[in-house]
Design a protein around this ligand. Sequence first.
Ligand SMILES: [Zn+2]
Length: 92
Amino acid sequence: MFEPPSELSLFKRLVLRLCGHVYIGSRTMPGWSSSLPFYAFRCPVHGLVVDYPRGFNEKLRCPLCFEDMTREADAPLVQTDLEQLVPEIKQV
Ligand SMILES: [Zn+2]
């Protein structure tokens, strides 16, 4: 989880408004061999967040939304699906 900067300069706020994201610096996270550029941008749900471009299309995504997505995809749903797909499991 990357904390957004508490205060962006006027120039960076302007870039953020115009481009939808603004470069805030390069960081190296544990396990990374090199640093990556980090950007601040606005998530419609969580407000100002920070992330780095990911994947082939180098998209920025809100780390908090991603956390919610992975949490929702966890155990309860999988278990329900399994019971519906393989009802014998419950009878054994
Ligand atoms: Zn979000």
